[in-house]
Write a protein that binds this ligand. Structure first.
Ligand code: FES
Length: 119
């Protein structure tokens, strides 16, 4: 395992996700979304399941106006933050790809080797 620090759980609120670019060296980089819902943290590849597009137009703008769903800024598709499933939009019933993460003392990490293998 190659632990990679993604941020602190204390920097996240239930309605504010963060976009993070992770460098995978010779495989380029991969864009992640990390978010918190109550005491759990979730991470997804920042790529809509129906097109090779990131969800946000501006930095960290992942939640819709209600603060309840992740959304695609371009098409308005809505995704459940705890599963990544699209419930409305052109990719309905498809899901954002989840990324395995773990939390130690409020610090959030992913396994770079696992990400590298997926890229
Ligand atoms: S790119 Fe898929 S809903 Fe916008």
């Amino acid at each position: 395992m190659n632990k990679h620090y993604l941020g602190s759980i204390t920097e996240l609120s239930d309605t504010q996700a963060r976009g993070i670019e992770v460098n995978l060296k010779d495989k380029g980089h991969i864009n992640l979304i990390i978010l918190r819902q109550q005491d759990k943290v979730y991470a997804y590849i920042n790529q809509c399941p129906h097109r090779d597009l990131k969800l946000e137009w501006s930095k960290d703008d992942f939640f819709d106006e209600s603060g309840a769903f992740l959304h695609c800024s371009e098409h308005g598709a809505l995704f459940l933050p705890t599963t990544g499933e699209c419930i409305v939009g052109p990719c309905q019933y498809q899901s954002l790809e989840s990324v395995s993460i773990f939390v130690e003392n409020n610090d959030i990490f992913c396994d770079l080797e696992a990400l590298y293998d997926e890229a």
